[in-house]
Design a protein around this ligand. Sequence first.
Ligand code: NI
Length: 166
Amino acid sequence: MLDIVKIGDEVLREKCTPVTVFDDALHILLEAMYETLEAADGVGLAAPQVGVDKRFFIVSLPDGTKREFINPEITGFSVETNPYEEGCLSVPGVYHDVVRPSKVIVKAQDANGVEFTLKASGLMARVIQHEYDHLDGVLFVDRLSEEERKKTLRAYEKKNRSKRRK
Ligand code: NI
């Protein structure tokens, strides 16, 4: 099981670098990330969240869909947007509506370096955009208004303080 890096750690603010080698080490890391994500009861996990500054993330949806996105590029966004309540394993315990395009087209490579294109909607489109942001050092709280962001981060700090006291 891998440790999930929390907000405040530098690696979450880095622009990650492309994956160039698709070897056993990558496959083992992906496997460990799926286990970590499952244990944390999340739907997506990006490499920087486990301390690796590389451009990839995994998605694991409640309907059983599992997919890894290596060197992803979001090549199309729908004009239509929708709000959806997001959380993040790196900012645990707080949630807030974030408005994003409801559909995206993403190009990426799989664990063996094979390129694919996916048209995504619903939860998949949402998770792809949230995880993609992580690769550029962006967290969901950065997508909120200044006021909402401060409120959410205060709630996070408060929650963390009381957790530490226990
Ligand atoms: Ni996140």
